[in-house]
Design a protein around this ligand. Structure first.
Ligand SMILES: C[S@@+](CC[C@H](N)C(=O)[O-])C[C@H]1O[C@@H](n2cnc3c(N)ncnc32)[C@H](O)[C@@H]1O
Ligand SMILES: *[C@@H]1O[C@H](CO)[C@@H](O)[C@H](O)[C@H]1NC(C)=O
Ligand SMILES: *[C@@H]1O[C@H](CO)[C@@H](O)[C@H](O)[C@H]1NC(C)=O
Ligand SMILES: *[C@@H]1O[C@H](CO)[C@@H](O)[C@H](O)[C@H]1NC(C)=O
Length: 344
């Protein structure tokens, strides 16, 4: 714990909170907390720490954790490993330091259905150490890990479909969609620096054998996207991960979803001799962490006012656990919603 106190200026409130809960030793819970809530903030606005400095702090935390607790959370080693591979001679960095995060989706042979195709997808993502950079879009959030697991678990829903994602951030979901053979993928975000970062990740990871399919990355702020622009896309599936958190954006997000979820072609739908009503209409899958119940309920209210049917399918459509080694990530914190437009 000494190291944490020494660096309290750096990790401050995070530890002060956890010091009490951890009872003085760096328990796995404390380690996960530091990883999830402190590492991203380490490069504070206006203050920059060299890679060497952060690496040394991580090392001390690991050493302390090893001596005071039996378990060291994998993520700490992962984080430390990332610093080892960075050029430590770069000296003082600008506030938005980049790191590479490797995410390996692997199906275990034990609990898998023998019939389903094994998953082996390794993704390398450029992320920022600053959680707030690019309007939060340059960090990887648990909902996109979850949504990617969902896509890889139920590939038949997404393959040979036109998939459109809003608020794509680092672009992981698009890489998963490309892997399962989506016929078209458009990723989007309302933040320019996020978009630049996303493009780099997509180019790095959206190769498929000889063909380089590459998902498109579009600038799409929910506030100002025009109805005409949104209508032209006509996706089969609309996706979103961790996009329900800012109450001010929610009316705009609902508007975007409503337009994207409109049945593609009115006549075509009307002429269908009452097949299953949803057949052919677009659906949306949104993964989310409910951090603030008021915000979430506000989303539900707006959705209902806009004639959107929101189903909580967290229990009924659980994804496989494809990230067993990523201990800092817990599927059970993420909810999955299936949304469609109620047609009259
Ligand atoms: C918490 S991040 C989630 C990123 C990614 N989907 C993930 O789960 O890792 C929220 C994302 O939504 C984008 N976003 C937030 N408000 C937006 C808006 N009004 N219009 C478009 N994108 C927005 C942000 O730029 C950011 O990339
Ligand atoms: C390439 O696409 C096929 C389906 O079209 C898929 O089965 C395969 O996993 C993809 N490979 C990669 C590396 O994305
Ligand atoms: C993602 O990029 C890494 C590093 O270049 C590469 O090893 C990996 O195969 C890429 N993944 C895909 C699915 O193309
Ligand atoms: C969705 O369902 C799950 C499991 O039934 C439940 O734990 C969760 O509270 C529900 N979440 C929301 C946001 O409705």
């Amino acid at each position: 714990m000494s190291v944490l106190l020494l660096h309290h200026g750096l990790l401050s409130i995070c530890q002060l909170l956890e010091l009490q809960c951890g009872g003085g030793s760096i328990t796995p819970r404390v380690q996960s907390f530091i990883l999830e809530h402190c590492m991203g903030n380490i490069v504070d606005q206006g203050t920059s720490y060299s890679h060497t400095y952060i690496r040394n702090i991580l090392k001390k935390i690991i050493v302390d954790a090893e001596s005071s607790s039996d378990v060291v959370v994998d993520g700490l080693y992962e984080e430390f490993g990332q610093y080892l591979t960075l050029n430590l001679e770069e000296g003082s960095q600008k506030e938005n330091d980049r790191i590479y995060r490797q995410v390996s989706f692997l199906s275990s042979t034990i609990d898998d259905d023998v019939c389903s195709k094994p998953v082996n997808l390794v993704v390398r993502l450029v992320c920022s150490l600053n959680m707030l950079e690019g309007d939060t879009g340059c960090s990887l959030w648990p909902s996109s890990l979850f949504l990617s697991e969902f896509i890889l678990s139920y590939p038949e829903i997404f393959s040979n479909k036109f998939n459109f994602e809003v608020g794509s951030g680092v672009g992981l979901v698009g890489i998963a969609l490309n892997y399962v053979g989506a016929s078209k993928v458009i990723l989007s975000d309302g933040d320019m620096s996020t978009l630049t970062n996303m493009k780099a990740n997509v180019e790095l990871n959206c190769t498929n054998g000889s063909s380089n399919r590459v998902a498109e990355c579009k600038y799409l702020p929910w506030e100002s996207a025009s109805e005409a622009e949104l209508q032209q896309y006509r996706p089969d599936i609309v996706l979103g991960a961790d996009v329900i958190y800012n109450p001010q954006c929610l009316p705009h997000l609902i508007r975007v979803l409503s337009i994207l979820l409109k049945p593609q072609n009115r006549e075509e739908v009307d002429n269908r001799i009452s097949l299953h009503e949803a057949e052919g209409s677009p659906v949306s899958y949104i993964a989310t962490v409910v951090r603030n119940l008021d915000t979430f309920n506000y989303f539900l209210r707006l959705a209902s006012e806009a004639n959107l049917l929101v189903l909580n399918i967290s229990e009924t459509a659980k994804p496989l656990n494809l990230l067993p080694y990523m201990l800092s990530y817990d599927q059970s914190n993420v909810r999955l919603l299936k949304i469609s437009l109620i047609c009259d």
